[in-house]
Design a binder for this molecule. Structure first.
Ligand SMILES: [Ca+2]
Ligand SMILES: [Ca+2]
Length: 151
């Protein structure tokens, strides 16, 4: 268990990064699919989901029914993805813009979202450095041809 700061954009950016999100979902699905048949039974979902989301136990059956679109009593990977997506969007709305400190299980999706945000921050920082350099060059050009006010 560790602790991280998350807010709505932590979750949103994670969901919008389709590649990372999908591979995390796949990992999560495989973790919950205890018997490895490629489907989640009601029991597998209920038993495993508290590691991913800290929800009340009695919510799971309602969630299961809602997302079992073809009503075959099993959650397939596609149904699972829309389920997780919707739950995380609901979480993001709940968080709002204020960062909140949450305790996270190592394999929870929120943890992955927090790690994803950290990785993105590094990329953004690197990009910002590059754009600053370009700006300096731009000003240099303007000063050289004395057109800084007219252009
Ligand atoms: Ca299964
Ligand atoms: Ca189904």
């Amino acid at each position: 268990m560790s602790v991280a700061m998350v807010n709505s954009s932590t979750v949103m950016e994670f969901i919008q990064d389709t590649e990372t999100f999908n591979s995390s979902i796949k990992e999560c699905f495989e973790m919950l699919d205890v018997d490895g048949n490629g489907m989640l039974s009601q029991r597998e979902l209920r038993d495993g989901f508290h590691r991913v989301f800290s929800l009340e136990y009695n919510l799971y059956d309602a969630i299961f029914k809602r997302f079992d679109e073809d009503q075959n009593g099993l959650i397939d990977p596609t149904e699972f993805r829309s389920l997780v997506r919707e739950l995380m969007l609901a979480m993001a709305r709940g968080f709002g813009d204020l960062p909140i400190l949450v305790a996270l299980e190592q394999d929870s999706l929120l943890m992955k979202a927090a790690q994803h945000e950290l990785a993105c921050l590094d990329v953004k920082r690197a990009r910002r450095k590059n754009s600053k350099k370009q700006k300096n060059v731009f000003f240099g050009v303007c000063l050289c041809c004395h057109k800084s006010k007219t252009s």
